[in-house]
Design a protein around this ligand. Structure first.
Ligand code: PEP
Length: 250
């Protein structure tokens, strides 16, 4: 069944970049030949137009790092899914652990954001993951299932349309990667949870994120339920990001 899933590698630039620096990075990405994976970069909002222009007519897609749960209205500072769709966004990351922690985003808000994105044809990349304290307390399974459950219930029959990213918080930006076995164990749990919710579970892509680099990507991507990666730091260097994309073997 897993043979049907083409790998997906998504860069999360976070709050990095400038118009000039992005020109270089996007040019490096544009120069890539065919890749064995689908690939996208999620850029800061002000640079969506730049990404859309520079990546047009390439195999690379682009997206945002967040999306409002609201359609439109008096929500100063927010960006709606309709606006993202206007810029040709294919993906919107929602529920990244930095937003959950720094902006107090709860499970239901994340689910509402995922629904708002899908309603506009933007695929939500829903992030779930436990903190180190939760892992050490043996709570990993309960935490990720609770986070995913909120989204499954809100999306209902559309749940099979999302991409899920398992990102253990202790592995993000720390250089401390989950072992392929640790990551696969959680991905298998998530896949089982999705199977109980949607007939599309075996076609859905489950990404791993947390200090993925060119030298560890292949072993992570070789796991049966890991269908690609969400890449932070290493997505800021074209050569590293492309090397990670090339580590996708199916
Ligand atoms: C991320 O920000 O989603 C991430 C996985 O970051 P890093 O690859 O730098 O750990």
């Amino acid at each position: 069944m897993s043979e049907a899933r083409r790998k997906l590698v998504v860069g999360n630039w976070k709050m990095h970049g400038s118009h000039a620096a992005n020109e270089q990075l996007l040019e490096g990405l544009r120069a890539a030949g065919p890749l064995p994976a689908d690939a996208a970069v999620c850029v800061p909002f002000p640079y969506l137009a730049q990404a859309a222009e520079r990546l047009a007519r390439t195999a690379l897609q682009w997206g945002s790092q967040d999306c409002s749960a609201h359609e439109q209205g008096a929500y100063t500072g927010e960006v709606s899914a309709a606006m993202l769709a206007d810029f040709g966004c294919r993906y919107a990351i929602v529920g990244h652990s930095e937003r959950r922690a720094l902006h107090a985003e709860g499970d239901q808000l994340v689910a509402d954001k995922a629904q708002a994105a899908l309603a506009r044809g933007v695929t939500p990349i829903v992030c779930v993951g436990e903190t180190l304290t939760q892992r050490e307390a043996g709570e990993t399974e309960a935490v990720v299932k609770r986070q995913l459950s909120a989204v499954i219930h809100t999306l209902a029959h559309c749940a099979g349309e999302m991409v899920v990213a398992y990102e253990p918080v202790w592995a993000i930006g720390t250089g401390r990667t989950a072992t392929p076995e640790q990551a696969q164990a959680v991905h298998a749990l998530l896949r089982a949870q999705l199977r109980a919710a949607t007939p599309r579970a075996d076609q859905m892509r489950l990404l791993y994120g947390g200090s993925v680099k060119p030298d560890n990507a292949a072993s992570l991507f070789a796991q049966p339920d890991i269908d690609g990666g969400l890449i932070g730091g290493a997505s800021l260097k074209a050569q590293d990001f492309l090397a990670i994309c090339r580590a996708a073997v199916r």
